[in-house]
Design a protein around this ligand. Structure first.
Ligand code: BEZ
Length: 389
């Protein structure tokens, strides 16, 4: 038993030395597995993340820590039932050095499980599943975005402070929706409010009518919601069409109106949301990022583009510290843990569990922008429940 263990350790050590030497001599490319949704309700989110990631790479002259990058792309379709197979193909068949993904919390949990078992570096550029930096946390798993708990909690604080008393919640029934509502409820009830009704429908359904009728009958003071992508567009339009916008104010985590305003039009006007990015931050860092993004893609960036860009920045920080050698996991992690990440959203650092500790902006939709109107929660850290690291 002991001999086998010793031999396995020796083989692993030898492989690490060989791979370092190999890419130093041959200039082996860094293989990045990009697992994102390119179809379905979250397709535009996946594209924005890839754009942001590639913008950073272009700024670095196409190389990270001296290594050219080769992408292996998978459309995960935001389908958790295909996630384990998809991520295993990247790790075992394509032998990627690093995994970047994804948007959907259920798919990200499968990625985190495989990353934890295989030791492959994983950087999550969106999915907020609390467990990724909670019970499933690991030295090789990082997140450039948020935990689902965070924006929900920030909005709960704001709504309680506004003196709102009775709220109904509505969301998709999966980790992102459930955990956003849980975060919201924790802060809102701590601040003296009550959640009087919790409504949900399966992801990615958009048949909201029966639930909107239920909200009208319940007559809460306000509604809190999590929807994103194509589903968020339809929800905001249906809420207004049902006549509820005028009578029961709608609040949300900022995904409700991010990257969606052109399609939502006037139906989104005036909505308040909380998120770690906004329009009108007006720092030199954000301005130069937005200019470069708009020039490259002929599009305005959204929160997903920023998270993709920052996933690449995190990879850059870690890789530079190990001279491009992804086998040096402890040194990679130490560099990222010590870093202040110079993000367009504002500087942030990672918690011990590797989730961003960051400000949440209060935003209001005005003229097709999510304008900053205040700080919903300053330096908010996820509680990382269940993380042993
Ligand atoms: C999620 O599934 O974690 C998620 C998807 C879209 C926006 C935000 C969170």
């Amino acid at each position: 038993m002991k001999t086998t263990l010793f031999r396995t350790t020796l083989i692993a050590a030898a492989a690490a030395i060989l791979s370092t030497a190999a890419f130093a001599q041959t200039g082996a490319k860094l293989k990045v597995g990009l697992m994102l949704p390119y179809t379905g309700t979250y397709a535009s989110l996946g594209n924005a993340i890839e754009n942001g990631f590639k913008l950073y790479l272009t700024e670095q002259g196409g190389k990270i820590a001296g290594r050219e990058v080769e992408f292996v792309k998978v459309d995960d379709e935001s389908d958790p039932s295909k996630a384990t197979d998809n991520v295993n193909k990247l790790v075992k068949r394509d032998n990627v050095d690093v995994l970047i993904g994804t948007v959907h919390s259920g798919v990200a949990m499968a990625m985190a499980k495989v990353a934890k078992e295989s030791g492959t570096i994983l950087i999550v550029p969106n999915a907020g599943a609390d467990a990724v930096t909670g019970a499933m946390c690991a030295p090789n798993i990082f997140r450039s975005s948020f935990s689902n708990w965070q924006p929900g909690y920030a909005m709960g604080e704001v709504m309680a402070k506004k003196g709102i008393k009775k709220v109904a919640t509505i969301t998709w029934k999966y980790a992102a929706g459930d955990e956003s509502v849980r975060g919201f409820k924790e802060a809102f009830e701590k601040g003296g409010g009550t959640v009087v009704k919790e409504l949900s429908l399966p992801f990615p359904n958009v048949e909201f009518q029966a639930l909107l009728t239920d909200i009208a009958a319940t007559k809460p003071d306000a509604v809190f919601t999590f929807f994103a992508g194509g589903g968020a567009v339809k929800f905001v339009k249906d809420y207004a069409a049902a006549g509820l916008k005028k009578t029961i104010p709608l609040y949300g985590s900022g995904f409700l109106t991010d990257g969606t305003l052109d399609a939502q039009g006037a139906d989104a006007d005036g909505l308040f949301t909380a998120l770690h990015y906004a329009d009108g931050i007006d720092t030199p860092r954000d301005k130069s990022f937005r200019l470069a993004y708009a020039k490259t893609y002929k599009l305005q960036p959204d929160v997903y583009a920023v998270q993709g860009y920052d996933a690449a920045q995190i990879l850059g920080i870690g890789l530079k510290a190990v001279n491009g050698d992804t086998t040096k996991k402890a040194e990679f992690a130490a560099a990222v843990e010590a870093a202040k990440i110079d993000s367009p959203r504002g500087t942030f650092s990672l918690s011990k569990a590797h989730n961003p500790v960051q400000d949440f902006y209060l935003r209001q939709v005005t003229g097709k922008e999510n304008k900053v109107v205040g700080i919903a929660s300053k330096g908010l850290a996820d509680p990382a429940r269940g993380c042993k690291m």
